[in-house]
Structures are given as C-alpha cells and as structure tokens.
Design a protein around this ligand. Structure first.
Ligand code: GLN
Ligand code: ZN
Length: 748
C-alpha cells in the first residue's frame, strides 16, 4: 500500500509565487528571478511532500497561472495573433492569461471559466481552423528532470484529452475534426516522457464525472481507444475528481491503463461501483482524503471504507488536487482545541501516511488520537439553533399571500413609477473607503470617527441618488469588505484564518471563512446603517443582505452536519435580520444570491435532488415571515439560469435583478416562454467595464426588454454592484440610466 496526491498548491506558504509574479508584471524583477523563485518553490514542495512520506509524487502540477493553459501551450493550442506579438515564451503565456496591451500590439486574454464546481478558474483553450497541434514539451520535461536531479521521480500531470476537448471553445472547427491529431500528439508526449525517465503520467479527466452519454460518450470511447491502441510504454494514471464516474465505470476498468483515480467524497456512488468489481491487475488511487475541505479526516471511517472495497492494489490518495485548500494550518492562531480539527494541504500529507500506517498495522497511536478528537463534542454546538431547525415545518418555508396578491398590495403601498430605477447595492469602494475601514480595524481611528465617515458617505450618495432621480435608493455598502465575510464576521459559528489563501485565478486568491459551529445571529448586522440611510430621505432605501446559499458556497462548510442543515441555520440567522429590518421601517429588502448557481451538481440529473430541493427552500425561509407589504428582491450576477427557471421562480422573491447585458438579453426569451411571474430587472449595462453607456444605448436595451417582458414587471438597474468602479464613471453611467428610463416612460 502506498500514498499519493493529485497535486499540491503552488502559490507557496506565504504566497511567494503571487508576489514574485506580480513583481515581474510590474517590471520589478527579471524573468530569471521569477523562474528562480518558481524553481525554489517547486523543490520546496516536492521535498515537503517527500519528507512527509508520500510515495508517489506529481510534477507539472506547478503553474505560473493555470494548468489548463499549460496543457494548451504544451500542444500549441494558441491563437495565431498572440504569436504575432513576438513576445518571449513566458510573456506570451502571460498575454494569453491576462491580455497584452503595449508597444508590440494588443491581445485580449483568453476567456476564463470556473473549474467544475470549485472557485478556481481556468483559461478556456481556443481552437481555430488554423490551429496546428504541435508538441512543446520542455516545461513538463524540464520539471520532471528538475525533480529527478533532486532524486525524486515524479509523475507528470496534464489535463487529459477528453476533458481538454470538452472544455475548449471551437471557432470554425469542431472537436471531432481535431481529436485524432490531438491524440497522436499525446502519444508523442508519452514517448518523450518515457525517454526522459518517467514511469508514470497522470491524465486528469474530471469531465468523466459529469453526465457522459450520447455523443459525448462516443467521443470518450473514440479518444481512449485511439490513445491506448499501441499500448504506450509509460504507465497511465487516469485521474478523475469532483464526482463519481457512474456512466463510464465499466469502460474505465476495462481500459488498458495501469491505474484509475476515483474520488470518494463528492463521488457518492464511487464506493458502490468499486465494490461491485475492481480488476486485480489495476491500481486504484482511492481519493479518501478530502482535497476540497479543511477538516481532519475521520480515520476510522476511512479505514473501514478502504477495507470494505476489497481492492488488491490500492494507493491512498486525495479526492482532488490540494490546490483547493490553503497551504498549512501551522501558522494559524486558532486555539489548539480548534486547530486540531483542521488539516490544510501540508497536514493532509500526514493524514495520508497515518492512514497508510494504520492499514499496515503500525498506526495505533495516530488512530487513537484521531478517535479521541472525534469523540469530543465540538466547541460551538448551539442547542437553541438545533431546536429552532427542528421546529420548522412546511409552512415555515412559505410566504403568504401569493406573489400576485402581494404585487397588488405593494403597488398600492409604494406608488412607484412605471419602469422603476434602482442600483444593486454597492457604490465605489474608493481607496479612501478601504483605507478608513482598515484604520478602524487596526484601531487607528475611533468608532465615532469611523461612524462619522460612513455616515457622511451615505449622506453624500443619498443626495446624489435623489438629485438624479433614482426611485429606490441604497446606502452604498461602504462598511462592507466583502459580501460574505461581512456577514460571517457578525455571525456566531464562523472562524477566519489568517493566511488560509486558496488560488482563485492566476495570482488572485480567496480566503474562505470557516463554518466552525452552529450559526446564529447574536445581534443585528445591517440594521444600523440601513435605518440611518432611511432616516435621511423620503424615498425608499433598500435593505441589503447576502443570502444563505451564497454565504455557504463561499465558506468552508462543516462536514459533521449536512450542507442543507448548515444553510438552514444561516437562513434562520438572515431571517432574523430581515425581520429586524422590517421592524425598523425598511420596506424593500434585497437578498443577494450571487453564488446560487455555483454549487449546482456537475450532473444535471442531480440538480434538484442533491441541491436545488433544499437550496431554494432555504432562500424562501429567509423571507417567508415578512408582511405582504414588504418587497423582497434578489440578485444574481449571471443570466445563465435558463435551465433552472422554475427553481428561480420558486425562490418566490417579488423582484429579481440579474446580469443580462453581456449575454445579449437571451434570457428574456426563456423567461417569456416559461411565463416567469416575478418582476425582473435585467441589468441594462455591463458594470464590469469602465465604459460609460450612452442614454441612447440604454434606451435601446430597455426597448428590447419591453418587447419580451410586460412593462409593469420591468425594473431598470445596472448588472451588478458598482463597488469596483471609479466614482466618475459610476455616476455618469447611472445618471444615463435614469435619463433613459425617464425618456422611455415619457414615450409610453
Ligand atoms: N449587493 C452587492 C453589491 O452591490 C451584490 C454583489 C454581487 O452580486 N456580487 O456589491
Ligand atoms: Zn452581482
């Protein structure tokens, strides 16, 4: 029995790679210096993994930006126009990742998308008719040799051909026209690696955990038949993660590869599949240590699982690359009884070797310690929260009266004009705003000074909103750093790490808060500033909250209770806030669910049963108790919900705003077809760009919207919050928005 990992975080213990890369971008260090830092980090990480006792170690999991981009470059899947810039290889790579604008010309970055159900983003490879697939293997081979020099024989990792073709975009060409050329090039790579001394290669094929049926299944069959036809000399680990491979399991275990990697955490059916049959001549890389969450492994359960599989050749591994967890818990300041519950990337290495020892009969001490850890109740259990969850019944999730009835009541109550205008919540977070928040955090200014600052900002922006004639105002969210952290910091049951960074894309990281215990609200969170703002104007000021599903999805969730239960707890906490806002005279409350779509299961067939069936009721729970007069808004930062329109409708908000301008308002057809009942605010301009939309442009958009949605149901608003925009452009854009709405109203 041996141990392995799928990949290790490359950003470094103190994000050294981030800082070096950003310095290089700013011309503060040379390419050689950047390469030197990268090399040191690679060696440090290989040695760390080796010294922890891991037997089989990957290489080429390192990347300056993203492994999918690395794999695209490996096969020369690179648009011709970036080559015309004549940049160095490294600069061309960064141009693909971030765009280039300089003396050598212009190039727009490749599109970026979320990597399956994670918060990591990959760059989407682009195939054109003139794409010439060619091998450029020096990065992967140099990396292998670098490790070999350090006397570590590694297993190079790349994205497998099925996944690569499935996640790429094709312009004037198609995947089936390219696959044999691509597959041939993979085979050349196999030979070159083998000649360099590699025994193994790891092909990452997460696409196999999705629904693989019909044409997609045929493509998978064709690719692997061709790829393995001549039985390559190098041994292949076909690695999957983020789910189970139920559609192709039989095919996989019959492929002439030497090893298959399967995840047991998100792969709900993996154990069942393996127990049904796993061939003796193959190695199972059993992903039993969770690569996506930060809790200690439950050794007894894991050992029982591994034993029950009855597999002859077993490697104990992680469920996915450790890229998705922070580097180490070592330097965190949590109390020991808390810290003991956490395993970040470095600690997970020890878990793997301890599991190995226990299975080999040598780890009784480690097992005992682990049992003791799980035997003790966790610190922040909160019986009151548990009772409250248990007391919920069906009606707790239902708002009365129904939507149409409420719409009538609210219409009379608010007396808003046709096409009411509003914004999504935040106004520009200028350097001054951020600096003042930081000063307050560091106790450099008093509470009073801070409050004065926030109040004066609110005043200023309220006045501006009144002046330009917006109908529903917002306070501007100046007091918030981040839409999840702000709430987490004000809820019981949350913990924050000091250095728990996880790569999101390139040099950007996120530091997800940790749901440590039962979540409850111990005091009002937003009431102070919302009511302050409302007291300063005769117009309606919208209250502004983050919804429970988004709060959960952007945190490290608990594993000792279900995500459903955690979300319900959060929903009850936010419900308290909603009711307090209402009690304090806030008449419209927006509950943002920016990340609702993010955790949709990878398989469509699981969407409702595994997720939406509890996520949507959790949202309803937040607002189910409000009075009919109180208007509930929700907001989503995307418009790709054509496929879940009934679920969105079931959220039973009164109004929903969403991003629409970038996606050409396509969603509107779908809303029309499905007789969508809620009032809608399809964002009329793209806030992600500094461009100021003209009045004419916005009027055009409004007219397009009115062709699809009855005018009584339309709200006029930007795509999303304005916090990342400059003051001048934000003001000019929203001013044009209000003018456009007024002019269209007058036409009516
Ligand atoms: N209310 C938040 C804001 O305006 C919404 C942010 C978001 O949807 N990402 O910033
Ligand atoms: Zn948004």
């Amino acid at each position: 029995m041996t141990t392995s990992i799928i990949g290790f975080p490359r950003i470094g213990e103190n994000r050294e790679l981030k800082y070096a890369t950003e310095k290089y971008w700013k011309d503060e260090i040379s390419a050689e210096q950047l390469q030197e830092t990268a090399k040191e980090l690679r060696l440090k990480h290989w040695n760390l993994v080796k010294d922890a006792g891991i037997d089989e170690i990957p290489s080429n999991d390192f990347s300056f930006f993203d492994n999918t981009l690395d794999t695209a470059c490996l096969f020369n899947i690179i648009p011709e126009d970036v080559k015309e810039l004549g940049l160095s290889e490294l600069d061309q790579y960064f141009a693909l990742a971030r765009g280039y604008h300089g003396p050598k010309g212009d190039f727009k970055a490749l599109p970026m998308k979320k990597w399956y159900n994670t918060n990591y983003h990959y760059l989407v490879p682009q195939f054109f008719k003139d794409t010439k697939i060619e091998l450029n293997a020096h990065k992967i081979i140099d990396g292998f040799l670098e490790a070999k020099d350090a006397r570590i024989t590694t297993r190079p990792v790349i994205v497998g051909p099925f996944t690569l073709l499935s996640i790429s975009e094709f312009h004037d060409t198609k995947a089936d026209l390219l696959y044999d050329q691509l597959v041939d090039t993979y085979k050349v790579l196999f030979d070159q690696l083998e000649q360099a001394g590699a025994e193994w290669i790891q092909l990452d094929e997460p696409e196999l955990v999705k629904d693989v049926t019909g044409d997609k299944y045929q493509l998978f069959k064709k690719i692997y038949k061709e790829l393995l036809k001549d039985h390559p000399k190098i041994k292949i680990l076909l690695q999957t993660y983020f789910g189970d491979v139920r559609d192709v399991y039989e095919d996989l275990i019959n492929l002439p590869v030497q090893a298959i990697g399967l995840g047991f955490h998100e792969g709900r059916k993996t154990a069942e599949l393996v127990k049904s049959h796993f061939p003796d001549d193959k190695i199972l890389f059993a992903g039993v240590v969770n690569g996506k969450n930060i809790w200690r492994n439950h050794y007894e359960q894991t050992i029982n699982l591994l034993k029950s599989l009855q597999v002859k050749n077993l490697v104990i591994s992680t469920s996915c690359s450790l890229l998705h967890v922070p580097y180490t818990v070592k330097n965190e300041l949590f109390a020991p009884e808390i810290k003991n519950h956490f395993a970040f990337a470095e600690e997970k290495l020890t878990e793997l070797t301890e599991l190995q020892a226990i299975l080999d009969g040598a780890g009784s001490e480690a097992l005992r310690r682990n049992q003791a850890l799980f035997a003790k109740p966790r610190v922040q259990e909160n019986p009151a929260v548990k009772q409250r969850v248990e007391a919920l019944n069906e009606d707790s999730f239902v708002r009365h009266p129904d939507l149409e009835e409420r719409a009538k009541i609210q219409k009379a109550e608010f007396d808003l004009p046709l096409l009411p205008t509003t914004t999504i919540g935040s106004f520009p977070q200028t350097r001054e705003v951020r600096r003042t928040r930081a000063q307050f955090r560091k106790h450099e200014i008093t509470q009073e000074q801070y409050d004065d600052f926030i109040a004066s900002h609110i005043d200023e922006w309220l006045k501006w909103q009144e002046d330009i004639g917006l109908d529903v105002l917002v306070h501007g969210e100046f007091e918030r750093n981040d839409m999840v952290e702000y709430f987490g910091q004000n809820l019981d049951g949350y913990l924050f790490s000091k250095n728990g960074w996880v790569q999101s894309y390139g040099t950007r990281g996120v530091k997800p808060p940790i749901i440590w215990g039962d979540v409850a609200r111990n005091q009002p969170i937003t009431v102070k500033w919302s009511t302050y703002a409302q007291s300063q104007t005769d117009k309606i000021v919208k209250g502004m909250l983050t919804g429970p599903v988004t709060i959960l999805n952007w945190s490290f969730p608990r594993e000792d209770i279900s995500q459903r239960e955690s979300t319900i707890q959060i929903a009850l906490a936010i419900q308290d806030e909603v009711l307090d806002l209402e009690k304090n005279g806030i008449k419209i409350i927006q509950i943002d669910e920016a990340a609702l779509r993010e955790k949709l299961p990878l398989r469509k067939s699981d969407w409702y049963s595994e997720y939406l069936d509890w996520a949507i009721p959790a949202f309803r729970l937040v607002h189910s108790q409000v009075q009919p007069e109180t208007q509930i808004h929700t907001h989503m930062c995307y418009s790709e919900f054509t496929d879940i329109i009934p679920a969105i409708q079931n959220m039973d908000a009164d109004v929903i705003s969403f991003e629409a301008s970038r996606s050409n308002l396509e969603i509107l057809d779908a809303l029309q077809q499905e007789h969508f009942k809620l009032q809608v605010g399809p964002g009329v301009y793209d806030i992600h760009s500094p461009r100021i939309p003209s009045v004419e442009e916005i009027k055009n958009t409004i007219h397009k919207i009115l062709q699809k949605v009855p005018e009584q149901k339309v709200w006029i608003n930007p795509d999303c919050g304005l916090k990342t925009r400059g003051v001048e452009e934000a003001k000019a854009s929203v001013e044009n928005l209000t003018k456009a709405a007024q002019e269209v109203r007058e036409e009516a």
